[in-house]
Design a protein around this ligand. Structure first.
Ligand SMILES: [Zn+2]
Length: 133
């Protein structure tokens, strides 16, 4: 039985690693990993690991309740748009930021802010998250 791509992604998060696929045809990364390259559609990819280092471009928070009850205890949380040093963009939880308008404004004005991947486990689910460094 072939290895589950999504299981490998979540298991990687559980170990603090960002597991991705790198395309052998166009050289781009697909993260989170999928069966085919999200840039050119090629199935010719190999496993790789992203550094986890990147820049926070802006941060926001949701007004609506969390999309899943498992996030209730950590809400409200900041949610940021991050570009990793490999050029991959992701949206993820930004830890240790109280999502007040003042804090979000200050982060926006000081962007780009250096961040580092620091996944969290939320009631048994490994979730992509970053911390400001
Ligand atoms: Zn490709």
């Amino acid at each position: 039985m072939p290895e589950s791509i999504i299981k490998r992604y979540y298991d990687g998060l559980g170990e603090g690693r960002l597991v991705a696929r790198k395309c052998n045809k166009c050289g781009a990364y697909t993260f989170p990993p999928t069966t085919a390259c999200e840039h050119c559609g090629s199935f010719d990819q190999e496993w790789t690991e992203l550094s986890g280092r990147g820049s926070l471009l802006f941060v926001s928070h949701g007004i609506a309740p969390p999309p899943n009850p498992r996030f209730d205890e950590m809400a409200p949380y900041a949610y940021g748009h991050i570009i990793l040093e490999e050029g991959v963009t992701v949206d993820a939880i930004v830890k240790d930021v109280e999502p007040t308008p003042e804090n979000l404004q200050a982060l926006f004005e000081s962007a780009p802010v250096d961040v580092e991947a620091d996944p969290v486990n939320v009631k048994g689910l490994n979730v992509l998250a970053f911390k400001i460094v």
